[in-house]
Design a protein around this ligand. Structure first.
Ligand code: CMP
Length: 220
Protein backbone atom coordinates (compact mmCIF):
# COMPACT_ATOMS: atom_id res chain seq x y z
CA UNK A 1 0.00 0.00 0.00
CA UNK A 2 2.88 2.36 0.79
CA UNK A 3 4.56 1.35 -2.46
CA UNK A 4 4.80 4.22 -4.96
CA UNK A 5 4.30 2.01 -8.00
CA UNK A 6 1.12 0.36 -6.67
CA UNK A 7 -0.43 3.67 -5.68
CA UNK A 8 -1.08 4.03 -9.43
CA UNK A 9 -3.85 1.42 -9.20
CA UNK A 10 -7.54 2.16 -8.76
CA UNK A 11 -9.37 0.55 -5.87
CA UNK A 12 -10.64 -2.51 -7.76
CA UNK A 13 -7.17 -3.32 -9.09
CA UNK A 14 -5.74 -2.87 -5.62
CA UNK A 15 -8.21 -5.42 -4.31
CA UNK A 16 -7.11 -7.84 -7.05
CA UNK A 17 -3.50 -7.13 -6.16
CA UNK A 18 -4.17 -7.91 -2.51
CA UNK A 19 -5.85 -11.18 -3.54
CA UNK A 20 -3.07 -12.26 -5.88
CA UNK A 21 -0.18 -11.37 -3.58
CA UNK A 22 1.08 -13.37 -0.66
CA UNK A 23 3.35 -12.28 2.16
CA UNK A 24 6.63 -13.82 3.11
CA UNK A 25 8.73 -13.24 6.19
CA UNK A 26 12.49 -13.37 6.42
CA UNK A 27 14.63 -13.21 9.53
CA UNK A 28 17.49 -10.72 9.68
CA UNK A 29 20.47 -12.01 7.69
CA UNK A 30 18.49 -14.53 5.64
CA UNK A 31 19.12 -14.86 1.91
CA UNK A 32 15.98 -13.95 -0.08
CA UNK A 33 17.43 -15.04 -3.42
CA UNK A 34 20.82 -15.26 -5.07
CA UNK A 35 22.14 -13.90 -8.33
CA UNK A 36 21.67 -16.38 -11.19
CA UNK A 37 18.60 -18.05 -9.70
CA UNK A 38 15.47 -18.15 -11.82
CA UNK A 39 12.98 -15.50 -10.71
CA UNK A 40 9.30 -15.15 -11.46
CA UNK A 41 8.20 -12.77 -8.76
CA UNK A 42 8.43 -9.17 -7.68
CA UNK A 43 8.68 -8.20 -4.02
CA UNK A 44 7.52 -5.07 -2.25
CA UNK A 45 8.92 -4.43 1.21
CA UNK A 46 6.14 -4.03 3.78
CA UNK A 47 8.49 -3.99 6.77
CA UNK A 48 12.23 -4.05 7.22
CA UNK A 49 15.29 -3.47 5.06
CA UNK A 50 16.83 -5.49 2.24
CA UNK A 51 20.34 -5.30 0.83
CA UNK A 52 20.92 -5.83 -2.90
CA UNK A 53 24.50 -6.89 -3.58
CA UNK A 54 26.86 -8.81 -5.84
CA UNK A 55 29.88 -10.98 -5.09
CA UNK A 56 33.15 -10.73 -7.00
CA UNK A 57 34.87 -13.96 -8.17
CA UNK A 58 37.05 -13.65 -5.03
CA UNK A 59 33.94 -13.31 -2.86
CA UNK A 60 34.26 -9.59 -2.20
CA UNK A 61 30.87 -7.98 -1.87
CA UNK A 62 29.64 -4.82 -3.52
CA UNK A 63 26.43 -3.28 -2.22
CA UNK A 64 24.19 -2.00 -5.01
CA UNK A 65 21.39 -0.68 -2.83
CA UNK A 66 19.78 -0.85 0.60
CA UNK A 67 16.00 -0.79 0.23
CA UNK A 68 13.32 -0.04 2.83
CA UNK A 69 9.54 -0.07 3.35
CA UNK A 70 7.53 0.69 0.19
CA UNK A 71 10.42 -0.13 -2.13
CA UNK A 72 10.24 -2.86 -4.73
CA UNK A 73 12.82 -5.35 -6.02
CA UNK A 74 12.94 -8.43 -8.25
CA UNK A 75 11.42 -6.56 -11.18
CA UNK A 76 14.30 -7.23 -13.59
CA UNK A 77 14.10 -11.04 -13.77
CA UNK A 78 10.34 -10.82 -13.64
CA UNK A 79 10.17 -8.48 -16.63
CA UNK A 80 12.86 -9.97 -18.88
CA UNK A 81 12.33 -13.62 -17.92
CA UNK A 82 16.01 -14.13 -17.22
CA UNK A 83 17.83 -14.95 -13.98
CA UNK A 84 18.16 -12.72 -10.89
CA UNK A 85 20.70 -9.99 -11.61
CA UNK A 86 21.93 -9.67 -7.99
CA UNK A 87 21.64 -11.16 -4.49
CA UNK A 88 18.96 -10.01 -2.06
CA UNK A 89 19.38 -10.46 1.71
CA UNK A 90 17.30 -9.37 4.69
CA UNK A 91 19.20 -6.71 6.68
CA UNK A 92 16.56 -6.81 9.43
CA UNK A 93 13.50 -8.99 10.00
CA UNK A 94 11.38 -8.37 6.90
CA UNK A 95 7.85 -8.79 5.67
CA UNK A 96 7.63 -8.92 1.88
CA UNK A 97 4.58 -8.77 -0.36
CA UNK A 98 5.24 -11.16 -3.24
CA UNK A 99 3.56 -10.96 -6.63
CA UNK A 100 4.00 -13.56 -9.36
CA UNK A 101 4.61 -12.67 -13.01
CA UNK A 102 1.14 -13.66 -14.31
CA UNK A 103 -0.64 -11.53 -11.70
CA UNK A 104 1.59 -8.52 -12.33
CA UNK A 105 1.22 -8.76 -16.11
CA UNK A 106 -2.53 -8.86 -15.77
CA UNK A 107 -2.45 -5.70 -13.65
CA UNK A 108 -0.03 -4.02 -16.10
CA UNK A 109 -2.43 -4.68 -18.97
CA UNK A 110 -5.26 -3.04 -17.08
CA UNK A 111 -3.29 -0.09 -15.80
CA UNK A 112 -1.02 1.95 -18.08
CA UNK A 113 -0.27 4.10 -15.05
CA UNK A 114 1.26 1.12 -13.27
CA UNK A 115 3.46 0.39 -16.32
CA UNK A 116 4.67 3.98 -16.32
CA UNK A 117 5.50 3.83 -12.61
CA UNK A 118 7.50 0.67 -13.18
CA UNK A 119 9.40 2.35 -16.03
CA UNK A 120 10.06 5.34 -13.76
CA UNK A 121 11.47 2.99 -11.15
CA UNK A 122 13.84 1.43 -13.72
CA UNK A 123 14.89 4.90 -14.93
CA UNK A 124 15.66 5.97 -11.39
CA UNK A 125 17.83 2.86 -10.90
CA UNK A 126 19.71 3.49 -14.17
CA UNK A 127 20.38 7.10 -13.12
CA UNK A 128 21.76 5.97 -9.77
CA UNK A 129 23.89 3.24 -11.40
CA UNK A 130 25.29 5.75 -13.90
CA UNK A 131 26.15 8.11 -11.08
CA UNK A 132 27.93 5.32 -9.16
CA UNK A 133 29.75 4.28 -12.35
CA UNK A 134 30.93 7.85 -12.87
CA UNK A 135 32.20 8.05 -9.29
CA UNK A 136 34.09 4.77 -9.56
CA UNK A 137 35.59 5.74 -12.94
CA UNK A 138 36.61 9.32 -12.16
CA UNK A 139 36.84 9.96 -8.42
CA UNK A 140 39.55 9.07 -5.94
CA UNK A 141 38.58 7.48 -2.66
CA UNK A 142 38.13 10.65 -0.53
CA UNK A 143 35.49 12.37 -2.72
CA UNK A 144 33.79 9.02 -3.38
CA UNK A 145 33.61 8.25 0.33
CA UNK A 146 32.48 11.79 1.19
CA UNK A 147 29.65 11.56 -1.37
CA UNK A 148 28.48 8.25 0.06
CA UNK A 149 28.54 9.51 3.64
CA UNK A 150 26.61 12.65 2.65
CA UNK A 151 24.15 10.63 0.56
CA UNK A 152 23.19 8.11 3.22
CA UNK A 153 22.90 10.73 5.92
CA UNK A 154 20.50 12.98 4.01
CA UNK A 155 16.82 12.47 4.71
CA UNK A 156 14.83 10.81 1.94
CA UNK A 157 13.07 13.22 -0.45
CA UNK A 158 9.65 14.18 0.86
CA UNK A 159 10.46 13.12 4.39
CA UNK A 160 10.44 15.81 7.03
CA UNK A 161 13.16 14.20 9.07
CA UNK A 162 16.30 16.26 9.51
CA UNK A 163 19.46 14.82 7.97
CA UNK A 164 20.93 12.20 10.26
CA UNK A 165 24.28 13.48 11.46
CA UNK A 166 25.63 9.98 12.03
CA UNK A 167 26.14 6.72 10.29
CA UNK A 168 26.04 3.28 11.91
CA UNK A 169 27.44 1.20 9.06
CA UNK A 170 30.61 -0.78 9.72
CA UNK A 171 33.74 0.25 7.82
CA UNK A 172 33.51 -2.97 5.79
CA UNK A 173 29.91 -2.12 4.84
CA UNK A 174 31.00 1.40 3.86
CA UNK A 175 33.86 -0.05 1.74
CA UNK A 176 31.42 -2.44 0.02
CA UNK A 177 29.18 0.47 -0.92
CA UNK A 178 31.91 2.33 -2.76
CA UNK A 179 34.04 -0.50 -4.15
CA UNK A 180 36.98 0.00 -1.80
CA UNK A 181 38.68 -1.94 1.01
CA UNK A 182 38.10 -1.58 4.75
CA UNK A 183 41.77 -0.60 5.22
CA UNK A 184 41.58 2.29 2.75
CA UNK A 185 38.26 3.49 4.17
CA UNK A 186 39.72 3.36 7.68
CA UNK A 187 42.79 5.39 6.65
CA UNK A 188 40.63 8.07 5.06
CA UNK A 189 38.20 8.27 8.02
CA UNK A 190 41.13 8.66 10.48
CA UNK A 191 42.47 11.57 8.41
CA UNK A 192 39.06 13.23 8.46
CA UNK A 193 38.84 12.65 12.21
CA UNK A 194 42.21 14.43 12.70
CA UNK A 195 41.02 17.27 10.47
CA UNK A 196 37.84 17.65 12.56
CA UNK A 197 35.42 16.71 9.79
CA UNK A 198 34.04 13.67 11.60
CA UNK A 199 34.33 11.77 14.85
CA UNK A 200 34.49 7.99 15.25
CA UNK A 201 33.07 6.59 18.47
CA UNK A 202 31.23 3.48 19.67
CA UNK A 203 30.93 2.22 16.09
CA UNK A 204 29.29 5.46 14.96
CA UNK A 205 30.59 7.87 12.42
CA UNK A 206 29.51 11.30 13.58
CA UNK A 207 29.56 14.15 11.09
CA UNK A 208 31.02 17.28 12.68
CA UNK A 209 31.53 19.44 9.59
CA UNK A 210 29.05 18.74 6.81
CA UNK A 211 30.20 21.68 4.71
CA UNK A 212 33.79 20.45 4.96
CA UNK A 213 32.74 17.00 3.78
CA UNK A 214 30.82 18.60 0.91
CA UNK A 215 34.03 20.35 -0.14
CA UNK A 216 35.88 17.01 -0.15
CA UNK A 217 32.99 15.48 -2.15
CA UNK A 218 33.29 18.02 -4.92
CA UNK A 219 37.03 17.49 -5.51
CA UNK A 220 38.26 14.94 -7.98
P1 CMP B 1 16.21 -9.04 -10.21
O1 CMP B 1 17.26 -9.07 -11.26
O2 CMP B 1 14.97 -9.79 -10.45
O3 CMP B 1 16.86 -9.53 -8.84
C1 CMP B 1 17.84 -8.69 -8.23
C2 CMP B 1 17.18 -7.37 -7.99
O4 CMP B 1 17.99 -6.40 -7.40
C3 CMP B 1 16.79 -6.73 -9.34
O5 CMP B 1 15.79 -7.52 -9.92
C4 CMP B 1 16.44 -5.35 -8.88
O6 CMP B 1 15.17 -5.31 -8.29
C5 CMP B 1 17.48 -5.14 -7.79
N1 CMP B 1 18.63 -4.37 -8.30
C6 CMP B 1 19.58 -4.79 -9.14
N2 CMP B 1 20.48 -3.82 -9.37
C7 CMP B 1 20.10 -2.77 -8.63
C8 CMP B 1 20.61 -1.46 -8.42
N3 CMP B 1 21.73 -1.04 -9.01
N4 CMP B 1 19.91 -0.63 -7.60
C9 CMP B 1 18.79 -1.04 -6.97
N5 CMP B 1 18.26 -2.26 -7.13
C10 CMP B 1 18.90 -3.11 -7.94
Amino acid sequence: DQSFIFQALDEASRRDLAQAAHTRRHASGEVIFTMGAPGHSLMAIAEGHVRISMLSPTAREVTLADLGPGEVFGEIALLDGRERSADARALTNCTLVVLERSALFELLQRSPKLSIRLIELLCERIRRSDERMMEIAFLDLPPRLARMVLRVTVAAPGSEARPLPRLSLSQTEIANMIGSSRENVNRCLRKWQKAGLIDLKDGWLVILDRAGLARVASLD
